[in-house]
Write a protein that binds this ligand. Structure first.
Ligand code: HEC
Ligand code: HEC
Length: 359
């Protein structure tokens, strides 16, 4: 066995162990609720065991809306531009739920039209990530959500100002009281509500997921071949689980150093460990056709080119055009039901609300 094959197999097994942990911690439905099998997207096969349940990719579980007052509040906050200094940028500006939860820009535009340093990943299915951000510097969605509000290049506010804005608006005070029973709004509760909303942003019912549940005719032969290639070539080693990624950190440039961006050090920034240079969280491939451009440095707008880059830099193989096309066809079966959002109406500011500041 070639050493690369061996490493691939070991990380495959590790990834699998992680998948199982994720499976246990993210599936919040208890057994009876899972049996009933109702959730957003309609009725799904509850407890039925599929022939394909041993595949290294699992169908996205249905999301159950447990605490709807909290989720509703989180949704308002996700769309709330007054959490930014300019009063103009919301989470949805860069994670647009109309366009796959991302902004389809090489790097995001933030406060004062500043361009950020890195491509914005989608918030769709982000709950399946083992950690948040390309370098995994936030452990979970709650920790992550506090970041952008105070990031000078993103929303450029600070936690105190964000709290003051919401605290000045009686409707928010009331909603927070209903959900958290506190008199005062806190940044932790803001982040908690946003994260609760983000947890509902899953995309079940992709054609591939139906195929995983034994509905054979949901994907074509070419798409099935693409999936077989995805496994045979070794893509599956890193891209697996519910999110088809998101459950390990891996070096970008295993077979060949990635020379197109040597500035972004990835996981190294968190651990300061030399071997973590150019290591990134493996991105989710769910809804991948919606979220061009690709890679942390937005190196390409073409999904075919992204697939070829992966083959070259991660696996050290060159794909024939026909193989690339089939893998791309398979990847397009991973687009699921997009969250159907009723656009929230936000309560008005008043004379006590801090004014927007564009400087
Ligand atoms: C100005 C654009 C911008 C705004 C506004 C913004 N984000 Fe982000 N978001 C990004 C970028 C860019 C990244 C990747 C940064 C990195 O990895 O270093 C990111 C990363 C994330 C991630 C991690 C996803 C993953 O796969 O690792 C989540 C979750 C997220 N943002 C949620 C939010 C929430 C919630 C808000 C509002 C409170 C928000 N973002 C506001 C641009 C933005
Ligand atoms: C050794 C682990 C590994 C293997 C094997 C691997 N990938 Fe990746 N993949 C990654 C990492 C890490 C990234 C993020 C790279 C970056 O932008 O820093 C990535 C990114 C991608 C992206 C871009 C995602 C986005 O949102 O920008 C696509 C598409 C992709 N991989 C598909 C594939 C395909 C197809 C294969 C097989 C030909 C494959 N990958 C093999 C680890 C891997």
């Amino acid at each position: 066995m070639k050493p690369t094959k061996f490493i691939a197999m070991v990380s495959y097994l590790l990834a699998f162990a992680v998948v199982n942990v994720v499976l246990q911690t993210t599936t919040t439905a208890n057994e009876s609720q899972r049996q009933i099998g109702y959730g957003r997207g309609g009725r799904m096969q509850g407890g039925a065991v599929s022939e394909r349940s041993k595949e290294p990719i699992q169908p996205i579980p249905m999301s159950y809306d447990w605490d709807s007052a909290k989720i509703e509040l989180g949704k308002k906050l996700f769309f709330e531009p007054r959490l930014s200094r300019s009063g103009w940028i919301s989470c949805n500006s860069c994670h647009n739920l109309s366009t796959g939860g991302a902004d389809n820009l090489p790097t995001s535009i933030g406060h004062k039209w500043l361009f950020g340093p890195i491509n914005s990943p989608t918030v769709l299915n982000a709950r399946f990530n083992l950690a948040q951000f390309w370098d995994g510097r936030a452990n979970d969605l709650r920790e992550q959500a506090k970041g952008p509000v105070a990031n000078p290049m993103e929303m450029a506010s600070n936690h105190e100002l964000a709290v003051n804005v919401l605290q000045s608006i009686p409707a928010y005070v009331q909603w927070f009281k209903e959900v958290y029973r506190d008199e005062k709004i806190t940044i932790d509760n803001i982040a908690d509500a946003i994260a609760a909303f983000e947890e509902t942003l899953t995309t079940p019912n992709s054609r591939f997921d139906w195929w995983l549940k034994d509905y054979d005719d949901k994907i074509t032969d070419a798409e099935k071949d693409g999936y077989a290639l995805f496994k045979d070539k070794g893509c599956i080693v890193c891209h697996n689980g519910f999110g088809v990624g998101g459950n390990s950190f891996q070096k970008f440039g295993i077979a060949k150093p990635y020379d197109k961006d040597t500035q972004t050090l990835g996981r190294y920034n968190v651990t300061k460990d030399e071997k973590d240079k150019y290591v990134f969280k493996v991105p989710l491939l769910r809804n991948i056709e919606l979220t061009a451009p690709y890679f942390h440095d937005a190196n390409t707008w073409s999904l075919s080119e992204a697939v070829n880059t992966m083959a070259e830099y991660q696996l050290g193989v060159t794909l024939a055009d026909d193989e690339t096309n089939r893998i791309v066809a398979f990847l397009k079966t991973l687009t699921g039901d997009q969250p159907s959002i009723i656009f929230p109406i936000l309560p008005p500011s008043n004379e006590n609300t801090p004014k927007p500041n564009r400087n």
